[in-house]
Design a protein around this ligand. Structure first.
Ligand code: SF4
Ligand code: SF4
Length: 125
């Protein structure tokens, strides 16, 4: 989920990507490692060198840090400490192009893909 402070932000009424995919990353991003910042208690090891956000490594994923109702009002409770996959995941058109994974996650929850109206804004089609 991208930065909720950007406005208007479609992610605050979505959250689909936080409840669709396994969110995995190098374990050194956790605060168990020097310089790490992701709260370790919200993660689980999935291999010797990788961790995942709890709740995302299961058939029906939902990140344990996601608050609210997908498709209504949501918030990432650890937004400043979210791992790199979340930081690097753009909402469709946030970076000027569609993101197939964003579109797919939204469709999974019956939400229309985002479409651009004009630079810097989003809307639903
Ligand atoms: S699926 Fe797309 S619009 Fe929804 S929260 Fe994730 S990035 Fe934002
Ligand atoms: S850490 Fe935050 S942004 Fe990342 S999947 Fe979990 S709720 Fe979403």
């Amino acid at each position: 989920m991208p930065n909720p402070l950007s406005s208007p932000n479609p992610c605050l009424s979505c959250g689909a990507c936080c409840a669709c995919f396994r969110v995995s990353f190098y374990w050194g991003e956790t605060d168990a490692a020097p310089g790490g910042y992701v709260p370790t208690e919200l993660t689980q090891p999935i291999s010797p060198h990788r961790s995942a956000m709890k709740g995302t490594d299961q058939p029906k994923p939902r990140c344990c840090a996601l608050q609210g109702v997908v498709g209504q009002t949501v918030l990432c409770s650890i937004h400043p400490q979210r791992p790199s996959p979340c930081r690097e995941f753009n909402a469709s058109w946030e970076a000027g192009e569609p993101n197939e994974a964003c579109d797919r996650a939204r469709r999974h929850y019956g939400l229309a893909p985002l479409a651009p109206i004009k630079a810097g804004t989003h809307s639903e089609i």
